[in-house]
Design a protein around this ligand. Structure first.
Ligand code: TRP
Ligand code: SF4
Length: 330
């Protein structure tokens, strides 16, 4: 009997810098779980990075390496998942082009992230053809592997809805080629950065996986806490404390409840409380740091692993593109 076909998972990250604790609390554990069960494709989306970083294009290659090392060191396994670089699989660009022919312009003009990003990042000119097509390229990434599951955060919901609409439209106009991809919502706990705002690379407040233990210690020791605790004797409210968002992600509930009580009754100091999450992170990241050191010493191994992934991805993408061209009548 033919084996039931496994679900195909695809997701991607833009190579704009090393990964931080937000990724460790959200996407990464989810991706690790999925690779045990499904056929997973994880891609470093260099062209998506270029759509906003074209004035800084030289950074993309290095950041591709950074993301790849982060992925491998945290446990994404090239024996289980296809880890690859988007711009090394040129078929994505061809599908992007073909899809662009059938997408009504208003579908793209009403994408909330298109206007939002332009407003949020006024120092970059994002009013470009390429940036308008960002969700089309993302759709090509997904459809070219006939992925049916796409693990992403809430912020990608609109892009996924669009990918589904585009798949339907292609199937209707030409021939049914693509399954409609389902969004697999990743619960990302809200993590605060060192200044108390949302942790984000662009705010300069992030704690990176690759930060050495002494840097993690220093960043968390000086991180802002609940403002009510001006003195050691002032009770605090953990729910209002940026540091406690880290406890929620990385410290066991039991230990965390005990610290919360200590905070509310001023029986512990903030430094005592911070120490617990610092030690939890160091324990969690130690195996990752060891693997990272090995990859950093052998950078060519990392590029070779990616090239293996590129080859596997290409084979699947080429097969889909044969079907796509045939459906169109080329
Ligand atoms: N737009 C996604 C993000 O910013 C990255 C991405 C590109 C992606 N292509 C994808 C995510 C395909 C999932 C599937 O996070
Ligand atoms: Fe935050 Fe902990 Fe200090 Fe309370 S004791 S304010 S939870 S760091």
């Amino acid at each position: 009997m033919a084996q039931a076909k496994k679900n195909v998972v695809l997701s991607g990250m833009r190579p704009t810098g090393p990964l931080h604790l937000g990724h460790l609390a959200g996407a990464l554990p989810n991706w690790l779980k999925l690779q045990e069960k499904y056929d997973c494709f994880y891609t470093i989306v260099t062209w998506h990075a270029l759509s906003s970083e074209y004035m800084n294009s030289q950074s993309i290659r290095h950041n591709t390496f950074e993301v790849a090392v982060d992925w491998l060191s945290i446990g994404l396994d090239p024996q289980k998942s296809v880890l690859f670089v988007q711009s090394e699989v040129k078929e994505h660009a061809e599908l992007h082009l073909l899809l662009s022919m059938i997408i009504p312009l208003p579908w793209l003009q009403r994408v909330p992230t298109f206007k939002e990003m332009q407003r949020n990042i006024p120092d970059k000119d994002l009013n470009t053809y390429g940036f308008l097509g960002y969700p089309v390229l993302q759709t090509a990434d997904i459809l070219i592997y006939k992925a049916n599951l796409v693990p992403v955060g809430e912020d990608q919901a609109y892009h996924l809805e669009l990918a589904r609409e585009i798949a339907r439209r292609f199937n209707r106009i030409f021939q049914p080629v693509f399954p409609e991809p389902q969004m697999l919502l990743t619960e990302v706990p809200k993590l605060a950065g060192t200044d108390g705002r949302k942790m984000s690379k662009s705010f300069g407040n992030a704690i990176y996986l690759k930060d050495p233990p002494e840097v993690i210690r220093q960043k968390i020791s000086t991180m802002v806490t609940d403002t009510r605790r001006k003195r050691r004797t002032d009770p605090g409210v953990p729910e209002d404390c940026p540091v406690f968002t880290l406890h929620k992600a990385f410290v066991s509930k039991e230990k965390r409840d005990e610290l919360a009580k200590g905070c509310q009754t001023a029986s512990i100091g903030c430094l005592d409380c911070k120490k617990v999450v610092i030690e939890a992170l160091i324990e969690r990241l130690t195996p990752y740091w060891e693997k990272r050191r090995a990859y950093e010493q052998h950078p060519q191994d990392v590029w070779d692993i990616l090239e293996e992934g590129n080859k596997k991805a290409r084979a699947v993408a080429q097969k889909t593109m044969d079907e796509v061209r045939q459906a169109i009548g080329f």
